[in-house]
Design a protein around this ligand. Structure first.
Ligand SMILES: CC(C)(COP(=O)(O)OP(=O)(O)OC[C@H]1O[C@@H](n2cnc3c(N)ncnc32)[C@H](O)[C@@H]1OP(=O)(O)O)[C@@H](O)C(=O)NCCC(=O)NCCS
Length: 351
């Protein structure tokens, strides 16, 4: 088995490296990557390693190199992501070899630390993270809500699409957070980033929205039988009432990612609700099915963000809002290298 840097001709030789996970009410999703190294292209600098068994590519792992804030200073960190090993090649040490290689590349590139995000219920990856001494430092909830048509809010919501302008407006709110990468590099053109914001007096609320569709496609692999009649019923009456979307089997689920919530001033939670109403309506115009947003339960603004993001009682009743729980794992490569778990920035490119 050869573990080596990715080469473009590897695209022709990939085996089954799709990810499978459960979203919504028991809906199994297959995440297909358009290209092996596609996700890495969201980052200005990224190393991707593959495991080559001589005929097929049977494993992959990437390390995005980011210039971030760490312990209040500028530092370099590597985000390890996209680890997959083909089912028939598992338990032969491939993931361990890929991890060792990626960590070495991070050191060689001057990274002071590596970090990764793993789902809490992914038992197969936890021993690996322990073996490489990655420490859990924070909890993340990735919430999914179905797009629904909404009554317009009371305030006007503005959209800004220039990466430079968005960075100028957003950076100051996160510049003291650890793992924050300043500047417009957070908004690669392929992700079609936009900032949606509302202002009233001294209050301000904003989020950024992006799409990963240039890189990956989520396909509904399994929809529980009990939901199928419900989906047909919802589809039949949808023109009359605003109802959440349930995917059909084999349907591609189109998702917008939401991140970088900013709340400033006493009216901000109300403004944020209006921003989300506006995003739902825009998403519906563009046939987007789900909105996904990573958030940190330890963030002091978490209750307001979570409340504003929820699409309300009907969706909860139909159990079509979903939540993935994951852990942020961190490992310093040089001493001392501090991180403040209470002030962490979540980058939507990392999900
Ligand atoms: C998780 C995954 C990458 C592991 O790949 P792998 O090549 O089988 O991992 P390794 O052979 O290097 O295993 C390292 C250790 O992890 C543990 N481990 C791996 N798979 C495991 C499993 N299914 N159950 C329990 N422990 C497991 C073992 O302790 C193993 O060491 P051992 O075989 O000496 O006992 C692979 O199962 C996979 O691709 N899963 C689907 C995608 C995924 O979950 N990616 C991680 C996203 S964060």
């Amino acid at each position: 088995m050869d573990v080596r840097p990715y080469e473009p001709q590897d695209e022709e030789r990939q085996s089954d490296l799709d990810l499978h996970f459960t979203a919504g009410p028991g809906i199994r999703v297959r995440r297909k990557y358009a290209q092996l190294a596609g996700h890495g292209r969201m980052h200005r600098r990224c190393h991707t390693f593959v495991a080559d068994d001589g005929s097929r590519i049977v494993g992959i792992l990437s390390a995005a190199i980011k210039d971030v804030r760490l312990g209040g200073h500028s530092a370099r960190a590597a985000y390890l992501f996209g680890l997959r090993v083909a089912p028939e090649a598992r338990r032969h040490g491939i993931a361990s070899a890929l991890h060792a290689r990626a960590e070495q590349a991070a050191r060689d590139d001057g990274a002071a630390a590596v970090y990764a995000i793993v789902m809490t219920d992914n038992a197969s990856v936890m021993p690996l993270t322990r073996r490489f001494a990655l420490q859990p430092i924070g909890r993340i909830e990735t919430r999914i809500v179905p797009v629904t048509r909404q009554r317009p809010g009371r305030v006007d919501v503005t959209i800004e699409r220039s990466a430079k302008t968005v960075a100028q407006r957003i950076d100051r709110f996160f510049e003291t957070c650890d793992l924050f990468a300043p500047g417009p590099e957070r908004y690669p053109a392929a992700c079609r980033f936009a900032m949606h914001f509302a202002q009233q007096g001294s209050s301000f609320a904003a989020v950024t929205q992006s799409s990963h569709s240039a890189v990956l496609r989520d396909v509904a692999e399994f929809v529980p039988a009990c939901l199928r009649p419900l989906r047909r019923f919802l589809d039949a009456i949808r023109p009359l009432v605003a109802l959440p979307h349930l995917p059909a089997r084999e349907q591609t689920i189109s998702t917008w990612w939401i991140g970088e919530p900013v709340l400033k001033g006493p009216e901000a939670p109300r403004l944020l609700r209006d921003v989300f109403r506006h995003i739902h309506n825009k998403a519906q115009e563009e046939n987007v099915h789900w909105l996904t947003m990573p958030m940190r339960p330890s963030d002091r603004q978490y209750p307001a963000i979570r409340e504003a993001f929820s699409v309300g009682r009907l969706a909860r009743l139909l159990r079509v809002e979903a939540c993935f729980r994951s852990r942020l794992l961190f490992k310093p490569l040089v001493e001392p290298c501090a991180i403040n778990p209470e002030r962490l920035y979540l980058d939507t490119r990392d999900f």
